[in-house]
Design a protein around this ligand. Sequence first.
Ligand code: C2O
Ligand code: CU
Ligand code: CU
Length: 560
Amino acid sequence: MDHRRRRVVAGTAGAAAAATFGWPLSGARAERNEQAGADPDVHIELRAVQERVALRPGAPTRVWRYRGSVLRGDAGTLEASSDTYLGPILRVRRGQRVRLDLVNELPEPTIVHWHGLHVPDTMDGHPRHAIAPGQRYVYEFTVRNRAGSYWFHPHPHGRTGAQVYFGLAGLFLVSDDEEAALGLPDGRYDLPLVLQDRSFDADNQFVYLESDLPGGVPADNLGRPPIGGPGMMGPGMMGGGMMGGGMGRGGMGGGMGSMMARMMGVLGDEILVNGRSSAILSVERRPYRLRVLNGSNTRIYKLAWHDGSPLVVIGSDGGLLAAPVRRDYVMLGPAERVDLWVDFARWSAGSELALQSLAFDGAMNMGGMMMGRSALPDGAAFRVLALRVGDGPQGSQETAPPRRLSDLPPADPRAAINFDHPKVFELTMQRMAWGINGRTFEMLGVTPYETVRLGTHELWEFRNDATTGMMGMAMPHAMHVHGVQFRVVGRSVSGGFPDYRDSVAAGFVDEGWKDTVLVMPGERVRILVHFADYPGLFLYHCHMLEHEDGGMMRNYRVMA
Ligand code: C2O
Ligand code: CU
Ligand code: CU
């Protein structure tokens, strides 16, 4: 297909989209009522920019990243990360009123989504709010979430996978009084670990999908026009595009491999922690809090200590659990978080440890063909992070975390108005396109089935058994609901599904508040969702970003 022609077509589609939805200059306008014009406690400007970062010896890597500055309020709200592409860490307290200005300095539309935060729909970063290059989107909301590890990343339709892969992501850490009273490890003993996989070409450039130039229009093998904005083709991006020269090194070097990766998901062959490769972390013989985020596009981790020591889990997506739980390993799908307590006094000074991802089955039943696209298939074993235990009182005893962590009410499915008839969401693949109940994403489309009433609870069940008969198309999905935290109230397997479960089932952390849940092939996961406070149009989707970009995403509407 003629490249130029496709770009023109995309430009037209973008213009049409702009006309239909309007590019909001300020999302804050809709929020005047709630905010009552009060000044924010913190005002941050977040720019999405193109940069070069020295990630490995040799040529710097061209990346897209968030750069932040505090315009008002506590300067400690932002912690910039050096020598990586990751965005700054934002630290806020529950109850704070924040204003965040997104400035788009990329050559294509973007929008920021605050993953896990409970905010009004105009503040949520829905793709209908994507802004064109040069524009600004103003977010203003009060942080209502409990203490926890949330994060932010782009959400323009069809381009989320690419923009995250090129580097756009950051942590949004919320603290509150309940958490502070526990005296958990803080400061440098409170360590975020953002796990991502990337492939580099010989020139140190990220390899995403072939013919996918950052700033260009993705080749859409699924046959739908990409949603883009006007002016997304920066002329400067044409020749010396970021990925120029590196093309074709990753994956199978052919149209088929690229098409399959675009559909099934992109895996990198190198694991980066906090945006750095071959990370070695020096730790002291004392307790730490490790906040682990799976920020990968598609990869699932089966986290474990190298020596089989149990992982002590104190929190998940939506903050602290009621009490610590112990797991031999923890399954972490894309966008999921887990908060670990570890006292390195367990090991002697000078020892070398590793956080690993263990082998597991059920990742991708595509046989050799899919495996060919990455040197590191999903479900393979690898080391995530090496640690070196330094000083600390010799002979000191390993300490345990607080026995009670938080006031977490038990989930009561009977609160749901559809207790007797949970809504079923089948994860589907039809005509080579991902979908939910057979429908792919429509920018403003929402069905009556996807409409809920403000203030009610509902039971939703994600079923990952629709693709069973489809010759190996069965694969895990990481289902995410915007704007809420939910509870997992059931996980079951539909009849006759394979034995892979033995290698994953003990690793789910379904106890706490969640916003993303891994649904393995054949599984049915039931969640209890409360649609409180905010009417409007929100998303739910698979957080394997190529599935999301490929249509496994839908709107739900909260009716006042
Ligand atoms: Cu982190 Cu719509 O997602
Ligand atoms: Cu989200
Ligand atoms: Cu998926």
